[in-house]
Design a protein around this ligand. Structure first.
Ligand code: ASP
Ligand code: MG
Length: 485
């Protein structure tokens, strides 16, 4: 075993301006005093969105906004640089590096505008610029605090497939390259600061890991380097029992399992990129979610087996902006391939199916997809079932976009009977109509489709029903009391 190593990632808001970057650098310095550290960094907040927006405009032939964007980005980053790095020579070096990246951006955007063509590969090159600009700033700020640091491009470390826009790492190559490039730096006491979000194919073509992908970069490197932990520094205290904007009593969960956290990520609790936990689950590297604006708070620890909170339910999550699609009806009875044909249609469109339910009569199936994909999905399904629809006057593909999915998540729900029962009776009592139900056989998650207008009530009711507002200590106390009495 190599000696303990910590990989830590700072999200966009945690490097949003010079003050934030200085705070991040202080966190790095404190950690580096204890063990070797590899830092991963996102673009300054808002930058990736602006880059993508500029790319889309260039694709439409608009080159006018390009100079203003470049000037803005230069100003934003140079202002931060001047506040962070006092040594004139280092400052000039970093400024020159930033200028090179900005010049590259200019050429990418001008080329796109000229051709009016934006390939996924070009979009990756453009959208990854933000990380290439933020990395030298954080590295400079760490250096400024007296800790030697070097900016490193993840294109030298993370080898991916060529699926532009959502590339997946090739772990064996990534492991080899990361060790070769980073170990010598770590051995010299240098803190590498690595660009999040991006990687490169075996041939060296830059890719991205998908929006929010810096989390994934961190866990990929955590696994590749056999880190003893990976810390995700963000702007919230950790994983919450529910979205605090919807359920004000929501509290931070101290400990949660990989499975539970992944379940929450899939279900739109936007703490993590959905693939984040994959590499570390295999490697067993704990992940900590912590608030860079309140580093003294304990945060949430994600490990193989999260501490049970007694009741089995860990958290609630909800997704809005989704549509329920039902395929079925009298003419479809006896049609054996409804499932296969429906999901062939969604797969061909690369539509993400979030929920599936089928009644045992097999007369109809329903599933939930992002509302943004509704129109093209319905069109594709109507085409797929065109013949059946033509023969019948009955509508076989119907849509309800006035819904939300509420999910009850907890690994220890498995084997605890009655959680589904309590869920339904609590909601029934509060008059929440349940439109469809699904429970995965993993039993980590019970998902319910409810009317959009009832979502908040459903979450508040279930949060109370499962005592999620109470602290871990109070819950342990309560279950001890229950056992004694
Ligand atoms: N900057 C990228 C994005 O906004 C990656 C990240 O922040 O994780 O999607
Ligand atoms: Mg971000």
């Amino acid at each position: 075993m190599s000696k303990p190593l910590c990989v830590m990632k700072f999200g966009g808001t945690s490097v949003g301006d010079a003050d934030c970057i200085r705070r991040a650098a202080a966190i790095v310095k404190a950690a580096a005093a204890k063990s070797p550290v590899v830092v991963v960094v996102s673009a300054m907040s808002g930058v990736t969105n602006r880059l993508i927006d500029a790319a889309k405009k260039a694709q439409a032939g608009q080159s006018d906004p390009i100079p203003a964007l470049i000037a803005d980005l230069r100003k934003q980053h140079i202002t931060a640089l001047e506040a962070l790095v006092s040594d004139a020579k280092r400052r000039a070096e970093i400024a020159a590096a930033l200028d090179l990246v900005l010049r590259e951006l200019d050429r990418f955007l001008q080329g796109t505008a000229l051709l009016r063509e934006l390939t996924p590969r070009t979009l990756d090159a453009i959208s990854g610029i933000g990380e290439r600009l933020s990395t030298p700033l954080l590295s400079g700020a760490v250096h400024e605090l007296g800790v030697p640091s070097a900016a490193v491009s993840a294109t030298e470390l993370i080898v991916t497939d060529a699926h532009h826009g959502r590339a997946e790492p090739l772990m064996a190559q990534t492991r080899e390259r990361s060790a070769k490039r980073l170990r010598p730096l770590l051995d010299q006491g240098i803190v590498p600061v690595v660009t999040g979000f991006i990687g490169a194919t075996v041939d060296g073509v830059q890719t991205t890991l998908g929006r929010g992908g810096s989390d994934y970069s961190a866990t990929i490197l955590g696994a590749a380097l056999d880190a003893h932990e990976t810390i995700i520094w963000t702007d919230v205290d950790g994983v919450k029992t529910a979205d605090p904007r919807i359920v004000p009593e929501a509290r931070t969960i101290p400990e949660i399992s990989y499975n539970e956290a992944a379940e929450l990520a899939y279900f739109g609790a936007k703490v993590l990129h959905p693939n984040t936990l994959r590499p570390v689950t295999a490697a067993g590297v704990p992940v900590l979610i912590k608030n860079s604006f309140a580093p003294e708070k304990p945060g949430t620890r994600i490990i193989a087996r999260g501490e049970s909170n007694g009741g089995g339910v860990k958290a609630l999550t909800a997704i809005r902006d989704v549509s329920l699609i039902t395929v079925g009806g009298p003419g479809i009875v006896g049609l054996t391939d409804v499932l296969a044909r429906s999901f062939a249609a969604t797969a061909a469109l690369r539509v993400n199916v979030l929920f599936v339910s089928q009644s045992s009569s097999q007369n109809d199936i329903c599933f939930v997809i992002p509302a943004a994909d509704q129109a093209r999905t319905v069109q594709a399904l109507r085409n797929a079932f065109g013949a059946e629809i033509a023969e019948q006057t009955v509508e076989h593909v119907s849509v309800d976009s006035d819904i939300a999915v509420v999910a009850v998540v907890g690994e220890n729900m498995r084997g605890i009977p009655g959680i589904a029962g309590r869920t339904f009776s609590a909601l029934g009592r509060e008059g929440v109509n349940i439109i469809a139900i699904a429970q995965g056989s993993s039993e980590y998650n019970i998902s319910l489709v409810v009317e959009a207008a009832a979502m908040q009530r459903a979450l508040a009711t279930l949060h109370k029903e499962f005592h999620l507002q109470e602290t871990e200590g109070a819950l342990q106390e309560a279950s001890r009391f229950a056992r004694q009495s």
